[in-house]
Design a protein around this ligand. Structure first.
Ligand code: ZN
Length: 198
């Protein structure tokens, strides 16, 4: 089922996700709906906050992006990232690795807005699968960026919080307008697709 994606201005986006204690059919259905919603919106990631569920679950799929590569090690083994998509992370904990780099990001909750964000080049993630098993992944490139963006959502942090102040100031009237529209219930058409909409 495709769910409506909440836009900037909705207080749910600022909610910190609760730890998921029991991975039951409700959580599995939520994850399946989130994957369907992410794919329908042509996003590469979606966090539970974006569909109004303050829980520690996020889904990712970078396989449609050709021009921004990723690497992935799954439980210590190099794997072709495409073969492991979509990824569901439950209760993820991340460790930032390596240098930082600046890259452009969009967000499904911010229609038509992109910005340059500094992120770690790679991440180590420990999370649970939908079967409740612990697993570990190491990612770099676009996937590492997407994981950091989604992990932020799970803690109520938005990509605009990580923009340089001048860039955020330049967007301030658009952000205010979007906030007002969200409060009035105006929904943007979700046709907008950037290189990286998370
Ligand atoms: Zn986002």
């Amino acid at each position: 089922m495709i769910l409506p994606i909440l836009q900037y201005g909705d207080p749910s986006l600022r909610a910190k996700g609760e730890q998921i204690k029991k991975i039951d059919s409700r959580i599995r259905e939520l994850a399946a709906n989130m994957i369907e919603t992410m794919h329908a919106a042509h996003g590469v990631g979606l966090a539970a906050q974006q569909i109004g569920q303050p829980l520690q679950v996020t889904v990712l799929d970078v396989s449609a992006v050709e021009d921004r590569p990723s690497t992935l090690r799954l439980s210590g083994k190099d794997v072709e990232p495409k073969s492991a998509m979509p990824i569901v992370l439950i209760n993820p904990e991340i460790e930032l690795r390596g240098e930082t780099e600046v890259g452009v990001e969009g967000c499904l909750s911010f229609p038509e807005i992109t910005g340059d964000i500094e992120r770690a080049q790679s991440v180590l993630v420990r999370a649970q699968t939908l079967e409740g098993e612990m697993f570990q992944i190491e990612a770099s490139g676009l996937l590492a960026r997407a994981i950091q963006h989604e992990h932020d959502h799970l803690h109520g942090i938005l990509f605009i919080d990580r923009m340089k102040s001048a860039a955020k100031a330049a967007l301030s009237s658009r952000l205010k307008r979007l906030q007002k529209e969200t409060k009035r219930g105006v929904r943007h058409h979700e046709e907008f697709v950037s290189e990286t909409t998370l």
